[in-house]
Design a binder for this molecule. Structure first.
Ligand SMILES: *Cc1c(COP(=O)(O)O)cnc(C)c1O
Length: 494
């Protein structure tokens, strides 16, 4: 936008004495504060007229890139379409004007939403029951690991504190294990990106009595289906450990395969990814945890149950025990309005359509992968699931990096894929289109990615200098992280 007022801070638009409102004069008499209570100097607030304020914030909001204004192939984040019907449901005053301490007889409908979602998630995953209390994926992982430790401790097996995690796992997996007081044993990936079964066997042989669990993501972070799951689960179970499933990105499995049927004991889901709650910007999220039959007593309380045709809440016992089943893992019954959105999404798709989520997300990812593999290096060939990883441009002689490609995409109006993750390749570029995109949208992205590869060969400087059309061009990531300038005053003092 070629406008002098655009791209400025609200403070820079300030003029002394400008006001965006006017109160009726004299009608209420004078309301001057006693001078002893007044500040010596006026607060440094911007002084702007109303139109300037409206335009400033509207322009700012339009700088935000969201699923509703463009293609957003951010791998591992599942930036899927968030249907407005979910927002309408979450906006119902019967849902958002209630209080968690209201008498249960007055919130039966809200409890039914929780109960129905517990049942729907159980049906989709094969688990026996779910807690909806954890407020994020990582929070779900921690809760799941606490359930696993509690299970071992209840059996007098409290020595088990080792958690096996593949090197391709999401960073939250080892972090959650560490927070839970466990030690992480990393299992390597093979050249074709799957769990190295021989390495796993060795790890288990080296720790015969103290494996608490193995955490797995399937399809894994490279978008590959782990073929050896039956053998892996048998190995871990025989060693006395439980299998944990990171279901943050359940997309390709929805309606196709169920973690419980694969032998997993405990899992979490990200409602804010797979079940279409808007995310990014840090929340709100929800990371429900499911357990297979037999582990239900270890689910944390409070927990919604159905007695006859009434819904009730099982409360924690508040004993001195620190086991997870006797404690709150989060406030009340989780992020309720995210739970409402997830149920709305599941019910509006229905039993038949939800089965299409998996196949369509897999089709879309493979279509992009196959269309671009002549220009971008594909380190692992074969069918992927809902996402896949390129290792930068195929032609390494141009000097154009994955970062450059990501920045250049912004000039073309596309959000960048996830870059430099997973850590298995130096120039990783992780692409996840999700199931909702039309063929024309995918073709548009493919064309732009081809264009960028061509530019890299013919005019690399234009890619290396990108973005050229955004309000701010390339920022210094390191400087921004080490010396963030977060206030206007600080900026003025520079
Ligand atoms: C996003 C993600 C997580 C973490 O979820 P948060 O809600 O961000 O805590 C864990 N595992 C995988 C595979 C993910 O993609």
């Amino acid at each position: 936008m070629n406008n002098k007022l655009y791209g400025k801070l609200i403070f820079e638009l300030s003029h002394p004495g400008r006001r965006a409102y006017s109160l009726p004069k004299d009608e209420f008499g004078s309301h001057e504060l006693p001078s002893a209570m007044r500040r010596a100097e006026d607060a440094a607030l911007p002084e702007c007229d109303e139109m300037t304020v409206v335009r400033h914030y509207t322009n700012l909001s339009e700088n935000n890139f969201g699923v509703d204004n463009g293609f957003y192939p951010l791998g591992s984040c599942t930036m899927k379409y968030n249907p407005p019907i979910n927002e309408e449901m979450a906006a119902l005053s019967a849902f958002n004007n209630i209080h968690p301490l209201q008498p249960l007889s007055t919130v039966q409908g809200a409890l039914q939403v929780e109960y129905d979602l517990q049942r729907a998630l159980s049906a989709l995953t094969g688990m026996a029951d779910f807690t909806l209390n954890p407020c994020a994926g990582a929070h779900g992982e921690l809760t799941g690991l606490m359930i696993i430790r509690s299970y071992h401790e209840t059996r007098g097996d409290s020595r088990r504190n080792k958690v096996i995690i593949p090197d391709s796992a999401h960073g939250t997996n080892p972090a959650s294990a560490a927070v839970c007081g466990c030690e992480v044993l990393e299992v390597k990936s093979t050249a074709d990106g799957l769990v190295d079964f021989d390495d796993l066997k060795q790890i288990i042989a080296d720790h015969p009595d103290d494996i608490a669990a193995m955490m797995m993501t399937n399809p894994n972070t490279l978008g590959l289906f782990e073929r050896d799951i039956p053998a892996i689960t048998k190995l871990v179970h025989d060693a006395g450990g439980l299998m944990y499933y990171d279901g943050a990105n359940l997309n390709p499995m929805l309606g196709v395969a169920r973690p419980a049927d694969m032998g997993f004991d405990v899992m979490h889901l990200n409602l804010h990814k797979t079940f279409s709650t808007p995310h990014g910007g840090g929340g709100p999220g929800s990371g429900p945890v499911g357990v297979r039959e037999g582990l239900e007593p270890f689910l944390p309380k409070p927990h919604v149950v159905k007695n006859g045709d009434k819904f009730d809440i099982e409360q924690p016992e508040r004993t001195d025990s620190y086991t997870v089943e006797n404690n709150h893992v989060g406030p009340f019954l989780g992020n309720f309005l995210v739970i409402v959105r997830a149920l709305s999404y599941i019910l509006s798709l229905g039993k038949e359509n939800i089965k299409m989520v998996g196949p369509l997300s897999v089709l879309n990812a493979n279509y992009i992968k196959e269309s671009l593999k002549d220009d971008y290096e594909l380190p692992i060939h074969g069918l992927c699931k809902h996402e896949f990883v390129f290792n930068g441009l195929k032609d390494k002689s141009t000097g154009v990096t994955t970062m450059d490609v990501a920045k250049r995409l912004l000039d073309y109006g596309y959000h960048a894929p996830t870059i430099y993750f997973p850590l298995l390749f130096h120039e990783a570029m992780m692409i996840e289109p999700t199931e909702n995109e039309s063929k024309e949208t995918l073709d548009g992205f493919i064309e732009v990615m081809h264009n960028i590869a061509k530019e890299a060969r013919e005019n690399p400087e234009i890619v290396k200098g990108a973005p050229h059309t955004t309000p701010i061009s390339r920022v210094d990531d390191v400087e921004a992280a080490k010396h963030p300038v977060l206030t206007f005053r600080q900026l003025a003092a520079e």
